[in-house]
Design a protein around this ligand. Structure first.
Ligand SMILES: [Zn+2]
Length: 482
């Protein structure tokens, strides 16, 4: 059954590709004449070169693959999204900047969402394919994401916020989900959302603008982009808002797109090939994509909402305080006990992991929990390695303060270092402002200059209630030596 759909989809795609080339060739004389100038908005400048943004995207891509299930390139859904993306690529201007090497991927998540990294990678969730009604809507989402990359929104924003002063590595970390960068905005981010710098409404208008121009030139009805956003708004519920909170509505999307298109010569549009779309859509509907609420916590399920500032309403203590039972994580590098009512919210037995109560994880950040990561220091000496790590964290996060000096700590006979830090919690207090967050950082030497570190995270006013659990986790923490 699956094998059949798979090859059928592949055959159809190949046939369609040929058919579309023929149509394009035949239709060419009626297409936009060479005299017509299609004026794209001017990309933002940033402190990062074209090459650096590509490099950041590559780092980010590796991190996305670690943290999310990206479908293989030969999956029929991945193949279709790539096919649509590649139809748009030729219309991306190659000046004033050279064209980025766009690539297209599908993430096995059911939420309706999509995201892009600097330098070209574009990701579409399975849920977005399920929600789309035709090829043009899906192409619109892809074009919109390419618009963010084309406009260099992430790099420009990072530049504006001062991350550029500390160099490429740090932006890579911010966008690539390293703890240093993830600490940067709101405490510690997990999952792919670590890559999103928050887009402004102006960014959204510009991404729509670029997306609409790409669609126009590829022969899609640009209004399909606005239709898709409108549909998400109307649907609301559990699936709609995620895309809309990552990509806030600039207002009057449909009118803005119509105004752009009115300035261009009229032409015939289509919503794409329905037969081919339906075939792929059926495959998508047959899938059971995971929910990012399973992997990143149940904030939305628990009814806590994100406010306009990106902060999160307080969570109930009952949902985050350890229940007294313990589970063991047997990781390839270590073994650790953790509260039985907490979960592995990102990573697995062979990667960096975050362990947290589902209610303590927001879409963008972890408010309660423990992050365990490997760290390659420049030195074998624990105090020098600790200084490396502290510097990395401090440089990337103007908002974070290290309290006092680091101190020796013994973890199952291994001599490590420990320090306290404070920053802003992703959770808001009753006054609507972020709570103060306390982070307890412990570095444990492992093999030579390879270390492992743990960050225990909680709002400051709850930290003491969680401290016994954090201490128990640390007491149980045992690195494997082989
Ligand atoms: Zn957007």
């Amino acid at each position: 059954m699956h094998a059949f759909s798979y090859s059928a989809a592949r055959r159809t795609l190949a046939t369609q590709a040929v058919a579309l080339i023929l149509i394009a060739v035949m239709a060419a004389p009626q297409l936009v004449s060479a005299a017509t100038t299609i004026r794209f908005p001017t990309p933002h400048s940033s402190a990062y070169t074209h090459e650096q943004q590509i490099q950041i995207g590559q780092q980010g891509e590796a991190e996305v693959r670690k943290q999310m299930q990206v479908l293989p390139d030969d999956d029929p859904l991945a193949r279709y999204v790539r096919y649509l993306g590649e139809k748009l690529v030729p219309y991306v201007p190659d000046s004033p900047n050279p064209r980025y090497p766009y690539s297209f991927h599908v993430v096995n998540l059911k939420e309706v969402n999509a995201f892009s990294l600097p330098g070209g990678p574009v990701y579409v969730n399975v849920g977005t394919i399920q929600a789309a009604e035709n090829e043009a809507q899906l192409a619109g989402v892809i074009g919109h994401e390419m618009g963010h990359t084309y406009m260099q929104h992430a790099a420009a924003q990072a530049t504006k916020e001062g991350y550029a002063q500390v160099g490429l590595g740090i932006l890579g970390a911010i966008l690539g989900g390293g703890v240093a960068g993830a600490l940067g905005r709101t405490a510690i981010a997990v999952g792919a959302n670590a890559y999103f710098l928050k887009y402004s409404r102006n960014d959204e208008s510009e991404a729509d603008h670029v997306g609409a121009l790409l669609m126009y030139q590829a022969g899609y009805n640009p209004q399909a982009l606005a239709d898709f956003f409108r549909k998400l708004e109307q649907e609301g519920g559990s699936r709609g808002p995620q895309f809309l909170s990552d990509h806030p509505d600039p207002g009057n999307r449909a009118q803005a797109i119509a105004a752009i298109i009115r300035q261009l010569p009229p032409r015939q549009y289509t919503n794409g090939d329905m037969a081919q779309f339906n075939e792929v859509h059926d495959i998508a509907m047959g899938r059971r994509p995971r929910s990012d609420q399973d992997t990143q916590g149940g904030r939305r399920r628990d009814g806590a909402g994100q406010d306009d500032q990106g902060g999160v309403q307080p969570v109930s203590q009952r949902d985050v305080i350890p229940n007294g039972d313990w589970r063991t994580l047997n990781h390839s590098a270590f073994r650790v006990q953790y509260p039985a009512n907490w979960q592995i919210v990102s990573g697995n037995e062979t990667s960096d992991v975050t362990i947290a109560p589902p209610a303590g994880v927001t879409q963008n950040a972890i408010a309660y929990g423990a992050i365990i990561r490997e760290f390659d220091a420049e030195s074998d000496a624990p105090d020098a390695a600790m200084h490396d790590l502290e510097n990395q964290i401090r440089q990337s996060n103007p908002n974070l303060r290290i309290i006092g000096h680091d101190e020796p700590v013994t973890v199952n006979g291994v001599q490590g270092r420990s320090v306290d830090m404070v920053t802003s919690s992703p959770i808001n207090g009753p006054d609507g402002r972020p709570l103060r967050e306390r982070d307890w950082l412990v570095l444990i030497p492992w093999q030579g200059s390879r270390d492992v570190y743990v960050v225990f995270v909680a709002p400051e006013n709850d930290f003491d209630r969680l401290r016994p659990a954090f201490e128990q986790m640390l007491r149980s923490f045992q690195l494997r030596q082989d």
